[in-house]
Structure formats: C-alpha cells, structure tokens
Design a protein. Structure first.
Length: 140
C-alpha cells in the first residue's frame, strides 16, 4: 500500500511555506506596492487632467466673451460709420439740390426773358408775318 513519510511530508510543507514567504517578500509585496503607486499616479494625472480641462473651458469661455464683445463693438462702430456716411451724403445732396434749384430758377428766368423777347419780336414783325401768310394762302 501507500507508505506516507511524515518527514518528507513535513519537508515539503516547510518548503512550501518558505517558498510562499520568500515570494511574498521578494515578488508580491513589491508588485503590490508598484501597483498602488501606479494607481495613485494615475489618479493624480486624472485630477491634473480634470483641472486642465476646467482651465481650458474657462479660457474658451473668456475667448468667446471677448469675441462677442469685439463683435458688438464692431457693430456699433459700423453703425456709427453708416450714420455719419448717411449724414454726409444727405448734406451733399442738400447742397447739390440747392445748386440745381438755383440753376433751375436761373434757367426759368432766362426762358421767361427769351419768351418776352420773342413776344416783342413777334408783335413787332406781326404785319410782315400776316402779309406773308395771306400771300401763301392765296397761292394755294
């Protein structure tokens, strides 16, 4: 049958416990310490990443506010320029209209004077025109 050797069994058990003790000291504890250190570094990096992300969001928000402010200032400046350009154009148009009105009045006055001169000329030569017209009618 089976023969169990208690000395060999004791030696195997002792070897197993020594091996577990040695592996625990040399391999498992340093490995667990390294893994805990790595996890803490990952957590720190994650916290730093979150902080950086918050800073980026704040910077982006500030940039968007600056852009919005610049757009509103540009719109105000554009409105002011358009208004001043309209005012300048209206002044220039008023000046041109006044000049044209003066020219029109001078033209109508000159036309009236020419009309009066033509009337006087026609009335002065009325008898000549009447005799020429009656001669023309007779020839027809």
């Amino acid at each position: 049958m089976l023969d169990i050797s208690f000395g060999l069994l004791l030696l195997t058990a002792l070897t197993l416990f020594v091996l577990i003790f040695v592996l625990n000291k040399i391999l498992y504890k340093p490995l667990l310490g390294f893994m805990q250190k790595r996890n803490s570094l990952i957590a720190e990096d994650q916290a730093a990443l979150n902080e950086s992300e918050k800073e980026v969001q704040e910077a982006l928000k500030g940039a968007q506010e600056a852009i919005a402010q610049a757009k509103s200032e540009a719109a105000k400046l554009k409105e002011e320029r358009v208004t001043s350009a309209k005012e300048a154009t209206e002044k220039e148009l008023a000046t041109v209209r006044a000049e044209l009105e003066k020219q029109y009045e001078a033209f109508t006055a000159e036309l009236g004077a020419q009309k009066e001169a033509l009337k006087k000329e026609l009335t002065a030569n009325l008898s000549t025109y009447q005799s020429a017209l009656s001669a023309k009618l007779k020839s027809l």
